[in-house]
Design a protein around this ligand. Structure first.
Ligand code: B3K
Ligand code: ZN
Length: 864
């Protein structure tokens, strides 16, 4: 631990086992919004008997009432705002602590808080210390018995982890419920929920024939939106049984939806708490994307029951042990739900797009960190795309190196060795290596080195011998100037050669390596890093002709898509018109009957601006924005006839089905509508209005609305008004209404109109800054997902951003710290933008009372 003036840095190398263990916890919680009373009785023991150690418990934002040891009052403690220290302790004792907290004042949404009149908790990473004094660290695992007491009229439902043991009436209108979780768990997995809720239920038999009660708890008005979450849960349970032989271990598994939540969802043992956004879905109010997100988040949290809960992290530096692995598992699950091979490729492409759009910039910026960080100031800042999504890629590479069966052997050994333990990333890799007798020592550098490796590829051919020369490197990242070579699995295939190629695996380990093929009569086209087998930047100049060959012929759908992306990038960055040959190849893609609609849609989705920023030394955001829009308009105009045909072909009057094939058709249809509007096709305005009015599902209604708003259609305003009025009472749909307007592309003759509109919406009666979904739908959407509108040369948006960060900092540091990242890459921008960005960053850094969350992000950006 290192302290500077106003921050504390925690180091991975400082890890020390706790001198005490806590075997069991009995919590008695009398729930009252203004003053909740918590009595916490713990069985504590010293690990080294007879040694005189002090016990330092974590605790924040509580009023301490009393401390007792073995039922005797104990006064020899010291109390600070963050700790409770006890001295001269026996080897084994019962420690009983009574304290109070004020859930109705809690706007950080960590610990115990109120949302729409109901109680909820969020403990990961360090929220349990706001509920009671404890050794709040993941390697202290205890069994929990929880008694919840509350006024029955206001809080008829009382839930906690594990199994319901007892319910009783208490007089004065109060009632109680006792819950017991038989599995020892770290405090971050504790949860309680109390309030007016109702559930749908299903009983299923697990693989070994045991009955399991599944419940999805929501507010009564939302009950008809729970079916999809329940189906997703059952599908996840089946998938984990089949793919990994892992069963649900509790008799009861509950999902609860809450409207105020900092992130997506939380895997508390047996009592997963979800942002409503990732539970509630019906055809009228949720899009296909929402449906897919519900499915994958339900799966993700369920899979944590084994990867995270049964085997947990020794310390928070190991976060990717559970998060990278669980993201990998949910990605594989979602891919399997897609059915076809090209459906799987669609999922892969979507995952890679996210990685490149958000993780690559993070890995190149001031917050860059290895998937297993070495230090942090605020752990909440490390729930990042690097730990999650890059972490998943690093697990995926192990599967690529070991094969799916080898990977399964590794997983089996991991659970055999570590079930019930709190372990490290090294333990995971050791299980993979030992189960397969594979040396993964060099591979472990993926855990310790930050930055995206760059692999330069150069070919040579002499009429007979074909060679591919690889050179790998990795740019410096904060605290890591020099990097050692990575162990990089590259899947490849030679295309268009007389020796019809197989897909092979090449393991690049050295800084420079060469692959040689003899006896070829003509130079093949190389398809490399197939399926995106490694999360690298590939520096490989292939001719336009070769890229077109790959676009037409590659049997790896990922690389087919990738070749079109490369051609788009060249056109955008060089501000060049699209080559007619490319337009013809794309026309064939659009007309190809064999290709999935979802795949076609992705082929025409241009690289995100944030990814394009990574391709240049100095970012001129407006140049990139305009050039990207020009390429899009060329696609719209040159293929106008196809767009109309495609629109008609993919329209359907059937009732809504959420499966991947139907969803793909809808997305391609909506893309076509956008293209028709962009190209100002005469029929397009009416087509959009008709689709908006007659849609029987949200994907089509929102698709039409979005196309109208993005293309400044004359009908946009009236449809937006209608949309707001029609869905007024549905918070998640109103989030979409805000989000769409905040993401609107700027009008070319009035580029600052989006900011003006966002400032206006900020005053709208439905805008509630304390609700994270609503704050994100307007503020984060504008500052982080609308670069063309946000990055204006007058710098006004940056001032707006700074004010919002400062305001959110007081309310909810985690939501503020996310927003604070919007200017992380400021040093890459051209000087006129940089100056404005720097002033805005300084404005935030000089604000007093900055939370450690926001301070860490802003200071790292300013010092980069
Ligand atoms: N484990 C939680 C994330 C908790 C974030 C705390 N700031 C959700 C998930 O990854 O499943
Ligand atoms: Zn997770």
């Amino acid at each position: 631990m290192a302290r500077t003036e106003n921050s504390v840095t925690f180091l991975r190398s400082d890890y020390q086992e706790s001198a005490f263990s806590i075997k069991s916890v009995k919590l008695d919680i009398a729930l009252n919004p203004a003053k909740t009373i918590v009595v916490n009785r713990m069985m504590v023991s010293k690990k080294l008997v007879g040694v005189n150690s002090t016990l330092v418990l974590n605790g924040q934002e509580q009023e301490l009432v009393s401390v007792r040891i073995n039922d005797e009052p104990y006064r020899g403690y010291e109390l600070t705002p963050e700790t409770l220290t006890l001295h001269d302790l026996p080897d084994e004792f019962e420690l009983s602590i009574t304290s109070t907290c004020a859930p109705d004042k809690n706007t950080s949404l960590m610990g115990l808080y109120i949302s729409n009149g109901n109680f909820f908790t969020q403990c990961e990473a360090e929220g349990f210390r706001k509920i009671t004094y404890f050794l709040d660290r993941p390697d202290v695992m205890a069994t929990y018995q929880v008694t919840l007491r509350a006024l029955k009229t206001d809080f008829p439902v009382l839930l906690s982890n594990g199994n319901l043991i007892k319910e009783e009436e208490l007089g004065n209108g109060w009632h109680a419920a006792v819950w017991e979780d038989p599995f020892p768990k770290p405090s971050y997995l504790f949860a309680l929920v109390a309030g007016k809720l109702t559930a749908i239920e299903r009983v299923i038999k697990s693989q070994s024939g045991k009955d399991k009660l599944l419940q999805v708890w929501v507010e009564a008005k939302d009950l008809e939106k729970t079916e999809h979450a329940m189906e997703s849960l059952i599908a996840s349970i089946r998938w984990d049984e089949k793919r990994y032989g892992l069963e649900l271990d509790l008799d009861r598994f509950m999902i609860v939806a809450v409207g105020d939540f900092n992130m997506g969802a939380m895997e508390n043992k047996g009592l997963n708490i979800f942002n409503t956004k990732f539970v509630l879905a019906n055809p009228e109010t949720a899009t296909d994307v929402d449906y897919a997100n519900v499915e994958s988040v339900v799966a993700h949290e369920y899979f944590h029951n084994w990867t995270g809960n049964r085997v947990t992290c020794r310390d928070w530096f190991q976060l990717s042990l559970k998060e990278g692995l669980t993201v990998f598992r949910d990605q594989e699950f979602s891919a399997d739900q897609m059915g076809s091979d090209s459906g799987k490729a669609v999922k892969r492409i979507e995952d890679v797009r996210l990685l490149r759009q958000v993780q690559f910039p993070e890995d190149a910026g001031p917050m860059a960190h290895p998937i297993r960080p070495d230090s942090y100031q605020e752990i909440n800042n490390f729930y990042t795309v690097t730990v999650y999504e890059k972490g998943a890629e690093i697990v995926r590479m192990q599967q690529t190196l070991l094969g799916q069966d080898g990977f399964r052997k590794g997983m089996d050994l991991y659970f055999k060795r570590h079930d019930g333990q709190a372990v490290t990333c090294d333990d995971f890799v050791a299980a993979m290596a030992d189960a397969n007798h594979k040396d993964l020592e060099q591979f472990k550098r993926w855990y310790s080195q930050a930055g995206t490796p760059r692999v330069h590829v150069k070919e040579s051919f002499d009429g007979n011998t074909y060679q591919v020369h690889f050179t790998q490197s990795c740019a410096a990242t904060p605290g890591q100037d020099k990097k050692l070579p990575f162990h990089i699995p590259l899947l490849y295939k030679l295309i268009g050669t007389d020796q019809v190629g197989q897909e092979n695996l090449f393991e690049l380990r050295d800084e420079k390596q060469t692959l040689t093929f003899k006896g070829l009569s003509k130079k093949p086209t190389l398809s490399i890093n197939r399926h995106f087998s490694a999360p690298i930047i590939l520096d490989f100049e292939q001719s336009e002709e070769e890229l077109l060959t790959l676009l037409r012929e590659d049997d790896d759908a990922f690389n087919r898509w990738e070749s079109a992306q490369k051609l788009f990038i060249q056109a955008i960055l060089n501000n060049r018109d699209l080559d007619p040959a490319l337009i013809e190849a794309l026309r064939s893609v659009l007309n190809d009957e064999k290709l999935d609609a979802a795949f076609k849609d992705l082929v025409f989705t241009l690289p995100a601006e944030s990814y394009l920023y990574e391709q240049v030394d100095v970012i001129d955001p407006q140049l990139i924005h305009q050039s990207r829009r020009k390429v899009r308009s060329q696609l719209a105009l040159n293929l106008q006839g196809e767009w109309l045909k495609t629109y008609q072909k993919n329209s359907s009057t059937e009732s809504y089905k959420a499966d991947a094939i139907s969803a793909g058709k809808r997305s391609l249809k909506n893309l076509s509508l956008n293209m028709l509007l962009d190209s100002q096709h005469e029929a397009s305005q009416k087509l959009a209005l008709e689709q908006y009015q007659s849609a029987n599902n949200m994907t089509d209604r929102y698709g039409a609305l979005s196309a109208m708003v993005q293309n400044a259609s004359g009908y946009a305003k009236e449809c937006l008004d209608h949309f707001h009025q029609y869905f007024e009472s549905d918070a998640l749909v109103i989030d979409k209404w805000f989000g769409l307007q905040a993401s609107r592309q700027p009008e070319l003759n009035n580029p600052s109109s989006v900011l003006a509109h966002v400032i206006q919406l900020r005053q709208h009666p439905d805008f509630h800054i304390k609700n994270p979904n609503r704050a994100r739908s307007l503020i984060h959407a504008f500052c982080m997902n609308n670069p063309g509108a946000f990055h204006q040369p007058d710098g006004k948006s940056y001032q707006f951003w700074a004010q919002q960060v400062v305001e959110l900092n007081e309310i909810n540091p985690q939501v503020a710290a996310r927003l604070a990242r919007a200017l992380n890459r400021w040093k890459q921008f051209s000087p006129s933008y940089q100056n404005h960005m720097k002033s805005a960053l300084k404005f935030v850094s000089e604000h007093k009372n900055l939370s450690s969350d926001v301070a860490e992000v802003i200071n790292k950006a300013l010092n980069s």
